[in-house]
Design a protein around this ligand. Structure first.
Ligand SMILES: [Zn+2]
Ligand SMILES: [Zn+2]
Length: 258
C-alpha cells in the first residue's frame, strides 16, 4: 500500500475508534460502542426528562402540576417544547465542551439524544423544517460553527428534515441569559432576532433546536416572531433543560451557569 493511502486509512481508523471507544466526558475506554458516547457510569448520572414534566415547556418538575410557574404566568408562543436530559453536571460538561471547548464531534452524540426524544414527542407533529437557534455572525465566525446547527445535522438527516439557517438572523448581541432573572430574560431577548424570509414560514410547522433551555424566553421569542410571520406551529427541542426546584417558600428556577 502506498504511504499516502496508508496514512489516510490510519487517520480514518483513528477517527472511528478514538471517539467510538472513549467516553466523551471522562475519557474512559469503552468496551462497547455507545449511542450517546458515554460510559455506563457517566450515563447513569444523567437524568432523562421523562415523567412529571411541564406540558408546555417540557422541564422536569418536582410537583404534580401540569404546568410550571413560568408557563402558568407567561404567554408562551411555542406549541410545546421538550428536552432530553436535565441540565446537571454531566449534561453541562457536554454542552460546555460543544460550546466553548471546540469539541464539535460531541454534536453527533447530542444528535442521538435529540433523535430519540423526537421519536417520543414529535413524530406526529410533521415538522416542515428545523431552525437551529442562530448566533450573531461574528460569534459564529469566532467559534467556527453554531452548536445548535451542529447538533441538528444528524437529527435532520434521520427524519429527512431540512435545516434552515437563512430564515432567522440574530441582529443584536444581548447579555448572557444565564446571568439574568426571569423577567430580565424576557426583556433581554426582545428585538434580538429577526425573520429575514417571512414568505418561507407562512403556514409552516417549524421545529426550533438548541443545546440548552433555561427559562425558555429565547425559544418563546423566536416562536413569537415566527407566529407573527404567520407560521402555523412552532415547537422546540433542546438537548438539556434546567429543572424547577423548591427554594424556601417559593418555586424558583435553578440559577444556572452556562
Ligand atoms: Zn464516562
Ligand atoms: Zn413550563
Amino acid at each position: 500500500m502506498k504511504k499516502k493511502t496508508k496514512d489516510f486509512f490510519e487517520r480514518v481508523l483513528l477517527e472511528i475508534f478514538v471517539d467510538k471507544y472513549n467516553c466523551i466526558i471522562c475519557d474512559k475506554e469503552l468496551r462497547d460502542k455507545s449511542r450517546y458516547g458515554l460510559c455506563p457510569e457517566c450515563l447513569k448520572e444523567m437524568t432523562f426528562v421523562k415523567d412529571r414534566i411541564c406540558k408546555k415547556c417540557g422541564r422536569l418538575q418536582l410537583n404534580e402540576a401540569d404546568y410550571c410557574l413560568t408557563c402558568q404566568n407567561h404567554l408562551r408562543y411555542f406549541d410545546f417544547a421538550r428536552s432530553c436530559v436535565v441540565y446537571d453536571d454531566k449534561a453541562k460538561e457536554i454542552a460546555r465542551g460543544l460550546k466553548f471547548g471546540h469539541r464539535k464531534y460531541f454534536a453527533k452524540y447530542v444528535s442521538n439524544f435529540l433523535i430519540d426524544r423526537y421519536e417520543e414527542c414529535f413524530k406526529d407533529v410533521n415538522a416542515d423544517f428545523i431552525i437551529p437557534v442562530p448566533l450573531m455572525k461574528k460569534r459564529q465566525e469566532e467559534r467556527g460553527y453554531n452548536q445548535a446547527e451542529a447538533i441538528s445535522k444528524k437529527l435532520a438527516e434521520h427524519y429527512d428534515l431540512e435545516i434552515r439557517t437563512d430564515i432567522i438572523a440574530k441582529i443584536k448581541q444581548n447579555s448572557e441569559q444565564a446571568k439574568l432573572s426571569g423577567k430580565e430574560r424576557e426583556e433581554n431577548v426582545q428585538g434580538v432576532y429577526q425573520v429575514t424570509k417571512p414568505q418561507d414560514v407562512v403556514d409552516k410547522r417549524i421545529l426550533i433546536v438548541d443545546d440548552v433551555m433555561t427559562t425558555g424566553s429565547t425559544l418563546s421569542e423566536l416562536a413569537k416572531i415566527l407566529i407573527k410571520a404567520k407560521a402555523k406551529n412552532v415547537y422546540a427541542l433542546t438537548f438539556a433543560s434546567t429543572r424547577y426546584k423548591i427554594t424556601g417558600e417559593s418555586l424558583e428556577d435553578d440559577k444556572v451557569e452556562l
